[in-house]
Design a binder for this molecule. Sequence first.
Ligand code: SAM
Length: 279
Amino acid sequence: MALYELTPRALVEGLRRRLKKSLGQNFLVDENITRAISREVSRFCPEKILEIGPGAGALTLALCSIGRPIHVIEKDSHCARYVREIFGTLDGFEVTEGDALEVDVPSFCRDAGERALLVSNLPYNVASQIYFRYVAEPLVGMVLMFQREVARRFTALPGSGAYGILSVIGQYHHDIETVLDVPPECFVPAPKVTSTVLRFSPRPRELPLAEEPRFFAFVHAAFSLRRKTLANSLNGFGGLDKARWAARLEALGFAPNVRAEALTRSDFLCIFRDLQSQG
Ligand code: SAM
């Protein structure tokens, strides 16, 4: 069958008997959704597209209309073989069979001139890990689908219950916008939860690269005791005890009982820069 005659449902039918729950295989069968994701991808005008977890190729099929080389990474050997059979004759189509958390990042992702974009309907169990594996690559953008609850944590603002490590570190790297919610019936088999597609546009770096790991460790420490004050959570971080943290936060103009979930990204950066400046 020619590619233009294929539909997401027909692609998924070809693999249906081989579905693996352990790999988060909920395949998209709604063409409106695959097209909407592909439209978001094309807004970034990518030169190359990296798709993680093509599965039966429903999203890959929609991405073909962008007319750019597509490289897919798929852990399941049946799916890898299936998409190779279907899309293998397309110009610039490449398949890496392996775990996206372990295989080498394709070299074109590191070459900023290539304007590579990452797109994925992510397997739920490794979704955040995959985001963090690719976050440091100089990509033109990412369009990723998460469980709605995880997506809400990425976009949450200070003071909301969903605000936490994922919000601060995600929003440090990217401007994050919600594209659309995807109900369970758009997949086969239907998952138990709603999914959400997010669009990630890179933000200018606010800290020197070498300081970022310590900043991320600082954010983790700040949220380590969610119900306690920030001074309590940071106790011991940077060699400062709780009393010295309280004094420092006060000197920077924060209330003594301030908690991590009330701080904006700029607040986190301000406290961190103060810590760095004092050695
Ligand atoms: N893109 C397809 C779609 O939208 O219909 C399939 C999405 S399905 C939610 C997730 C896909 O990721 C599956 O094909 C699964 O085999 C693959 N996968 C799971 N874990 C993976 C990993 N660590 N590395 C690469 N692929 C993975």
